[in-house]
Design a protein around this ligand. Structure first.
Ligand code: HEM
Length: 512
């Protein structure tokens, strides 16, 4: 009986939705025609969809429309369209899609996935203060320490360079957030727990995981609890994750009460809000958004070094000139290393880890270039297209070339319009722009300076003496990507590297 009623209501709602889209179609932006009900669902490849979107932008223009099983979606393919809507109309383009299961798993507390509501505003304000351009400087010592440990691990085990980047990224985020000492490996139970939560969220957010995530089936979220195993499981996961996260933040509170004065994001949030539950989830949101991205970006950097040895040589000449072989780079060298800073920008441009950014949702009807964008439309920016636009970045936009960010005197040029002084769009848009970008830029700077100071990164050679070059078009799948596994030679540039790193470890009291 219940099943029949539910099914009938469902069918009526799907039919109404299909008619609504058909009625509005002539006012919507152009786009590829799709199937009657499922729309363009099966035309979007799961692997590297940004390449198909790029072709559609060239065909349909700066904004094109997709019907993804009833979900109105637009893809913005030029910097102007992206900035016009997501930056300049940010007050209505800053919600996220209605992710039902991910928000149940996190109790709606993981603010990178929630709507731009009051909770999001509060959480984002707290995170912004803890990660602002000024506060980010307080984390320089942590970042230098992580670079020392990373070099040490690369010296003994260069093959698993990605694991070392991942450890450094996780460890830094935990030091900043919870005031933890550096982690020498990432297999800590709490880290595994948060990583598991991240995976659960990403799996739940993937289009085919749960019917309730499809627009046609959103009505399922109003079904009684006893009918939905997915709801019961997600709520159980929320209780479990909350216990662990609150425990981690409560430990920080205990340390503060015992007179520990070391700084941490949790400490600051607890001081400001006195709300353990909110502080616990805010911290977890920052950790989960920030722990993998920097490591993936560094993996792309390694690939660029193999493919573009000239860029590597220029960067090393700068490091040799400014620093020399007798000491490690530090943040004090920042102003004197423009080519390294340009390398950070170029790696984020050439292969940013989020080629389609994160989706924004429109909170009311809007018009752009004469087209209707209905309330609840999901907006993606094809950041990949923006970064490979020859009119903006020149004829060599396909290639890795940090020099494009420098003037004739080797100084950083002023930034391209609408890139918020970054020179690229990899940190997203409007009110949702990445709150951790200053920390990320600093981490990339110091890690890259350390890596190129210490190592030559070159292509492996096969049995016929030919260079084995990685294919930079191949990457993992998902909203954030890194290169598929590739191998390279990582060799120290001189005999003193190991000694200097060992001394730096000893100076910082780091064990093995
Ligand atoms: C190379 C490194 C990184 C890249 C490329 C990156 C990129 C992004 C992008 C594209 C977004 C979505 C922006 C949008 O919706 O328009 C984002 C959001 C976010 N990022 Fe990052 N990120 C990086 C590192 C970090 C780090 C290190 C942290 C924290 C320490 C962090 C914290 C966050 C948070 C909390 C959000 C959610 C913002 C919101 O929804 O309001 N990210 N990031």
């Amino acid at each position: 009986m219940w099943n029949t009623v539910v099914l009938s209501i469902g069918i009526v709602l799907v039919i109404l939705r299909v008619f609504k889209i058909l009625r509005l179609r002539s006012q919507l932006p152009p786009g590829p025609s799709g199937l009657p009900i499922l729309g363009n669902l099966f035309q979007i490849p799961t692997s590297r969809p940004w390449l198909t979107f790029d072709k559609w932008t060239k065909h349909y223009g700066p904004i094109f429309y997709l019907n993804i099983a009833g979900q109105n979606t637009v893809v913005l393919g030029t910097p102007k369209a992206a900035a016009d809507l997501l930056d300049r109309r940010a007050n209505i383009y800053s919600d996220r899609p209605d992710y039902v299961v991910p928000n149940l798993i996190t109790g709606g507390m993981h603010w990178a996935w929630t709507q731009a509501d009051d909770l999001w505003k509060r959480q984002r304000r707290g995170a912004h203060e803890a990660l602002s351009v000024q506060t980010a400087k307080e984390y320089f010592p942590y970042q230098e320490t992580e670079s020392v440990i990373m070099l040490d691990q690369m010296l003994t085990d260069p093959e698993h360079f990605f694991d070392h980047f991942q450890r450094a990224s996780t460890s830094l985020t935990l030091s900043i957030i919870y005031g933890w000492p550096p982690l020498l490996d990432s297999a800590h139970p709490n880290v595994l727990q948060i990583n598991q939560m991240n995976r659960q969220i990403l799996v739940a957010a993937a289009p085919s995981s749960f019917w309730v995530e499809f627009e046609y089936f959103k009505w399922m979220k109003h079904l009684p609890r006893w009918m939905c195993a997915w709801r019961r499981n997600a709520e159980k996961a929320f209780g479990y994750h909350s216990d662990v996260l609150e425990g981690m933040s409560a430990d920080v509170q205990k340390r503060i009460d015992a007179g520990d004065e070391s700084k941490s994001v949790v400490g600051k949030l607890l001081w400001d809000s006195k709300n353990l539950f909110e502080a616990a989830w805010n911290s977890a949101s920052i950790y989960s958004a920030g722990s993998e991205t920097t490591a993936s970006q560094l993996a792309w950097f390694m690939q660029a070094m193999v493919l573009y040895p000239d860029a590597q040589r220029i960067a090393q000449e700068e490091l040799d000139r400014v620093i020399g072989p007798d000491r490690l780079p530090t943040f004090d060298d920042y102003e004197h290393l423009p080519y390294i800073r340009a390398t950070v920008k170029e790696i984020l441009r050439w292969r940013g880890v989020a080629p389609l950014g994160l989706p924004h949702r429109l909170s009311r009807d809007d018009y752009y270039e004469g087209y209707l964008l209905p309330k609840d439309t999901i907006c993606f920016v094809n950041i990949w297209s923006l970064h490979h636009d020859k009119e903006v970045y020149g004829d060599d936009a396909e290639h890795f070339n940090p020099g494009r960010f420098l003037d004739a005197n080797g100084r950083l040029k002023s930034s391209i319009a609408d890139t918020k002084d970054e020179g690229h769009h990899s940190y997203g848009f409007g009110k949702r722009i990445c709150v951790g970008r200053h920390v990320a830029n600093n981490s990339l700077f110091i890690h890259i300076a350390f890596l190129l100071w210490a190592f030559d990164i070159t292509a492996q050679v096969d049995e016929y003496g030919k260079h084995v070059l990685p294919d930079s078009s191949q990457c993992t799948e998902g909203l954030t990507v890194r290169p598929t596994v590739f191998h390279c030679n990582i060799t120290t540039r001189n005999m003193e590297v190991a000694e200097i790193v060992a001394q730096a470890k000893a100076d910082r009291g780091i064990g093995s």
